[in-house]
Design a protein around this ligand. Structure first.
Ligand code: KIV
Length: 271
């Protein structure tokens, strides 16, 4: 029997999956969820700024701060032994200057223990991505629907429809790859566009609402686990469990037993 530990996932290893192996990714914001995802063999765990909505209760991702993202990234890192942990750089943490971007990305690597960071945006973020990569920080790109730009995009809509928008997406893809991203998230683009961008990309594409042809897929764990209310679950997400219902039932049963004096029972006491 081999006592060798499985090789942990790194940005370079994820990059080498292009054209060879599909990549399974999920978001997590706490150590317990991260441990379960890691044990299930997930390749990449993203501490997405969507935690501002799923965990912190905000209406969009813009209120996520460096403090919150560092706190949750460190928790996820503590729960993981194999998967690559990627920290999402929050709104305005990399927009002001190259120096600001490097300092904040460095905090995710040095203080929280992430293996890479994610940055939203295409050609306009290429210089930032190049600066981080040339300073030793692997970057996961993110184009298509970029939720930090929700106010300029005008809503959570499918991106890249029409010739001009389609060309812009291809230019963004090329710029982010040329800047050195090890892989790139494609969010909310048509299946045709997802397939075309995947064919054009020399690094893996990781789709979320971008069709089955992408090299990998990512889902927000709250959507996948059925913790998001059904009417707020995006069309592209599959609910693999209904933990929201199960949790509500468990809370109601516990409350009922406390009120009726059934819990705790004899076996729950110290004798
Ligand atoms: O914040 C997030 O969860 C993300 C994924 C949707 C890719 O960026």
């Amino acid at each position: 029997m081999s006592t060798d530990k499985p090789t942990p996932w790194t940005a370079a290893r994820v990059s080498r999956c292009k054209g060879r192996e599909k990549i399974a990714c999920v978001t997590a914001a706490d150590a317990a969820t991260a441990r379960l995802a890691d044990n299930a063999g997930m390749h990449l765990i993203l501490v997405g700024d969507s935690l501002a909505m799923t965990v912190l209760g905000y209406a969009n991702t813009l209120p996520a701060t460096m403090g919150a993202m560092l706190h949750h990234t460190a928790a996820v890192v503590r729960g993981v032994s194999q998967a690559l942990v990627v920290a999402d750089m929050p709104f305005l943490s990399y927009h002001l200057s190259l120096e600001q971007a490097l300092r904040n990305a460095g905090r995710f690597i040095q203080k929280a223990g992430a293996g890479a960071v994610k940055i939203e945006g295409g050609a306009m973020r290429a210089e930032t991505i190049r600066h981080l990569v040339s300073n030793g920080i692997p970057v996961l790109g993110h184009i298509g629907l970029t939720p930090q730009s929700i106010h300029t995009l005008g809503g959570y809509k499918v991106q890249g429809r029409g010739d001009t928008a389609g060309k812009q997406l291809k230019d963004d893809l090329a710029a982010v790859i040329d800047a050195g991203a090890f892989a790139i998230v494609l969010e909310c683009v048509t299946q045709t566009m997802g397939a075309e961008l995947t064919r054009l990309a020399s690094v893996p594409t990781i789709g979320i609402g971008a069709g089955p042809e992408c090299d990998g897929q990512i889902l927000v764990s709250h959507d996948l686990l059925g913790l998001t209310p059904p009417d707020a679950t995006p069309r592209f997400a599959r609910r693999y469990a209904e933990l929201g219902d199960a949790t509500a039932k468990a809370f109601a049963a516990y409350r009922d037993e406390v009120l009726r004096g059934i819990f705790p029972a004899n076996e729950h006491g110290y004798h």
